[in-house]
Design a protein around this ligand. Structure first.
Ligand code: FAD
Length: 506
């Protein structure tokens, strides 16, 4: 990482875990230590392949724009490398067909572009970037088993190293000036600290029982794809109808494009049992709100089994609330905060935490209590943004469990209000650039929900659009029948509509 202030912080930094959070952390540590050692339990594949330690890579992974920027800051050229390796840079409002509450959304240019690729490709590109750093060493087959500490729980209590088992089963102790915990959701670091004398780390949790089921497909060659496929990405949001409907209408489904002319067909839900076998997967797709999803699956060739995961609860380990937090240690990525994946925040939050670490390393001359306190405070502010967004929806579910559940009255209000507010925002976004830009910034973690909901110009935009709707004065039509293919008409410029198949993929 190009850094204005490369204060030396010691001989060795050790990163536990070589996935997205660990790799981004290694990038920011490199200018500050003589050597950075990444300990990763898996043997790492040379290419973009799945591995045991990251089972979630079978499911679609969106890189939000805050994460895309953070990864690009840490590793200049990240985005170009991802696109060169087959990732797609698209403008979703032009290249994605959205099944909303009342039907397909109109297609229309907007300010937002997004990167699309598999999660394994994101990781491979980050790994390649880390391998270019001469002072960073990745030790594979290294299973971390504990911490070396002194003075646990006292103001001077510090992590001084780590213990791990090497590929040959040999036990190794490694001294470290700074240890970064990037071990993911299953990290045992909080338990190791407790065993060494620190108090238990308070946890905030909310599990909204989200289940994902995904299968990979090869698309037909572009020349053989039907003309109705102007879209690259299909999204079907859950029905908002209270009455009788097939369970599948409550799914949030994505036909998600990745490199190599492939897609991940993914159906997810809050609180429902999801199919885990191919036949049931195909049968469920047939019952979605839009037949285009199953029709596209039928024209494509399955490349994998069906993969199902329920490991999706929100969980925030509040190291910032511990009295005398361990010095010489920081936690990043899912090891400190995992999110319901529907909001696509995990990798981006991990990359943002790495940037918070970069700022703290640059601002402090020593890895002392002030460094730890300032890092934790800045990281809390950074994590508050995605956390609030996840809570705003997940707290509305009766079946959600955890410390962050709310009372029945508040739950009912949230349940009733969240979709109408979302609908009002997406409707106003179609015709009001300010509303669209603000909502895009919130979705991409560049603004907080609170900032958006207290912004007078934003609220005015919502109200103005509502009035126009009531007066029948809106310009862009919406709610196209989802029993038909999504319409390809481009509503960006009323004077010059671009018909299906001729739209731009940015
Ligand atoms: C279904 C699903 C969909 C998701 N979709 C999105 C999305 O669209 N966008 C998004 O940004 N995020 C998404 N996420 C979240 C995202 O996967 C995580 O936030 C992200 O992977 C966190 O990265 P990490 O490096 O913190 O942890 P992980 O990726 O979990 O990596 C932990 C690493 O630690 C290693 N490790 C574990 N134990 C040891 C040990 N004892 N010793 C050494 N190494 C060890 C593992 O092998 C692994 O490499 C999704 C998650 C799920 C479950």
């Amino acid at each position: 990482m190009a850094d204005g202030n490369n204060t030396r912080h010691g001989a060795t930094a050790v990163v536990l875990g070589g996935s997205v959070a660990g790799l981004c952390s290694a990038g920011v540590l490199a200018p500050h230590f003589d050597r950075v050692i990444v300990l990763e339990r898996d043997e790492l594949p040379p290419g973009a392949e799945h591995r045991r330690g990251v089972p979630q890579s079978k499911h679609p992974h969106f890189v939000l724009n805050a994460g895309r920027r953070a990864m690009g800051t840490i590793f200049p050229g990240f985005e170009d490398a991802l696109v060169e390796a087959g990732g797609l840079l698209l403008m979703p409002s032009m290249s994605a067909a959205y099944g909303e509450k009342d039907g397909w959304a109109p297609r229309k240019a907007s300010t937002m572009t997004m990167l699309y690729s598999s999660r394994v490709l994101v990781e491979r590109v980050l790994r390649d970037k880390v391998r270019e750093l001469p002072t960073v060493e990745i030790r594979e087959g290294a299973a971390v088993t504990g911490l070396v500490t002194t003075g646990g729980g006292t103001p001077d209590g510090r992590v001084r190293g780590v213990e791990y088992t090497g590929p040959d089963g040999d036990a190794v102790v490694l001294d470290a000036d700074l240890v970064v915990d990037a071990l993911g959701r299953g990290s045992s670091v909080a338990d190791w600290l407790a065993a060494a004398g620190w108090p238990a780390v308070p946890e905030k949790t909310l599990d909204a029982k989200v289940t994902y089921t995904s299968r990979w497909y090869q698309l037909p060659d572009p020349a053989d794809q039907p003309p109705s496929w102007w879209w690259k990405h299909l999204v079907i949001t859950p029905t908002q109808e209270a009455g009788e409907h097939p369970e599948e209408h409550e799914y949030l489904s994505n036909f998600f494009p990745i490199e190599g002319n492939r897609v991940i067909a993914c159906m997810g839900s809050w609180g429902l049992d999801m199919p885990r076998k191919a036949e049931a997967f195909e049968a469920a797709a047939e019952k979605l709100r839009a037949p285009s999803f199953a029709a596209a699956m039928k024209l494509s060739t399955p490349l994998s089994e069906v993969h199902l995961t329920r490991s999706t609860g929100n969980k925030w380990r509040r190291y910032d609330e511990v009295a005398n937090p361990a010095l010489g240690l920081v936690s990043v990525g899912d090891s400190i905060c995992g999110f319901n994946p529907f909001y696509a925040q995990g990798m981006s939050s991990a990359a943002r935490s790495a940037l918070v670490l970069a700022d703290a390393l640059a601002a402090h001359g020593a890895l002392d209590a002030a460094f730890t306190r300032d890092f934790l405070a800045a990281q809390r502010r950074s994590l508050d943004v995605p956390w609030m967004l996840a809570m705003a929806r997940d707290q509305a579910y009766d079946f959600a469990e955890g410390t962050e559940t709310v009372g029945p009255l508040r739950r009912a209000v949230m349940g009733r209000a969240s979709w109408p507010v979302f609908n009002a925002i997406t409707a106003a976004s179609r015709e009001d650039d300010y509303v669209e830009r603000t909502f895009t910034a919130v979705f991409n973690l560049d603004k907080s929900l609170r900032e958006m909901m207290t912004d007078p110009r934003f609220l005015y935009g919502l109200a103005r659009h509502k009035v126009r709707e009531l007066l029948g004065r809106t310009r862009v039509p919406a709610g196209f029948d989802m029993r038909h293919d999504p319409p390809g008409t481009d509503y960006s410029d009323p004077a010059n509509p671009v018909e299906a198949g001729r739209g731009v993929h940015v």
